[in-house]
Ligand binder design. Sequence first.
Ligand code: GLV
Length: 326
Amino acid sequence: MSKPRAFISRRIPQPAIDLIAAACDYGIWDDWMAAPRDVFLREAAQSDGVLVMPSEQINEEFLDAAPRVKIVANMAVGYDNIDVPALTRRGVLATNTPDVLTETTADIAWALLMAAARRVVEGHKTIEAGQWGAWHPFYMLGQDVYGATLGIVGAGRIGAAVARRAKAFNMRVLYHNRRRAPHLEVALGAEYRAFDDLLRESDFVVMTAPLTDETRGLFGAREFALMKDTAVFVNVARGGVVKEADLVEALKRGRPWAAGLDVFEVEPTPKDNPLFELPNFVGTPHIGSATLRTRTAMAMLAAQNLVNVLTGKPPLTPINALPNRV
Ligand code: GLV
């Protein structure tokens, strides 16, 4: 019997390629950057399953082009690149990579939080520019993290991991989520707040919820104006949850006091993004899960999902369920 064919849309860690190669014939776009759309669709058209990144839009156009595909294995936890209802309608499974990147992504939220609060990047640039002035008691004052109030928007795995770290900083933890999260309340003493109340009360607002119709553009002028003039805002979710033009204006006015983003409305964000002209802004290039160990674990999980489905087994971490599937 001929093996199923898989297509891998980008260079990924070798152990995951080996796992796929053991069960499938496969093609790979062997480059750091995404395959051009026409190449991707052409390859998908000849495949039974694809392993993709968030840069691949998995939509009706894809489904029309790739009628053989049974499984789309996303190498990411977020799946706003996938039209899940459309896949379900056409009997195609989708999977993501939860859990394996949780702690690594929580670390980047904390890196941005600390860097923004204590002006780490601004300080570095100041020294680099030869502008380190004389020390005085009011030089480069930041915000205290220890003992402050942390407000987490989104009480999923990453939000919980951010909150766990806050306990070591003796922080009060508030959260907002569509549903109450008893595990956070019991294990971490986190307190639920309505969204606006969380923005008003928090010293640090950290966004970890996925991009959905409900969260698109969630943080705009109104929300920033509700924050404290000492608050630090951090986003490690998706760029689309923030109205960046509003954030620029808000940071110029000093409310919030500073911000750190790992994700942007357009990625890669252009060099002339006005955020980067602001001293109270720090940005990283979507590196939330970027350690070799975590990226390997993500690739392995995505590969295992792909192989499972192509060899008739259930996927480990499905996003959708196919009711009529036997
Ligand atoms: C990365 O952004 C992910 O969703 O895993």
